[in-house]
Design a protein around this ligand. Sequence first.
Ligand SMILES: [Zn+2]
Length: 60
Amino acid sequence: MRDSDIAQKQKSPSGVKDMPAPETVACTHCGSEVEIWTDEEETLCPSCKYRVFKRESTIH
Ligand SMILES: [Zn+2]
């Protein structure tokens, strides 16, 4: 598992789009599992309506 490979997939050159796939992330507000698609950067938690971002790196 290399970070460079993931970065290349997220930023595909020359407009070639990969097939979006669902990912499950934990809501940073209530902890519920939220499904987010790889072509989305954020989604709303269905439980608490909190905005959940795909990137797990939290800003403090
Ligand atoms: Zn939530």
